[in-house]
Write a new protein. Structure first.
Length: 88
């Protein structure tokens, strides 16, 4: 079962965190966990980022490199550790 990744921006710090979830059929293409991968921010105070919702792992990695350093390093590294543990 592939994971769905959603990027959200924290209102206060403007730091972007990644939320893991599962693809669903209805009513939205995916859900997301109440906490980000790094367990830091609260989803309630975070904003969706356009075109960064319900991405697959590959798309999430691309999006993370597109956004750059505003993305939380803990969340980003998770994308790579789940993909290929031996690559880094
Ligand atoms: Zn994070």
């Amino acid at each position: 079962m592939p994971k769905a990744y959603t990027f959200k921006k924290e209102k206060d710090t403007h730091e972007i965190h990644i939320y893991e979830g599962n693809f669903t059929d209805t009513p939205t293409p995916c859900n997301s966990d109440p906490q980000s991968i790094c367990k830091d921010p609260n989803k309630a105070t975070s904003l969706n980022i356009p075109n960064a919702v319900c991405l697959n792992e590959n798309e999430a990695r691309q999006k993370a490199s597109e956004i750059g350093r505003n993305v939380c390093g803990v969340c980003v590294s998770h994308l790579y550790t789940t993909y290929k543990k031996s690559s880094k």
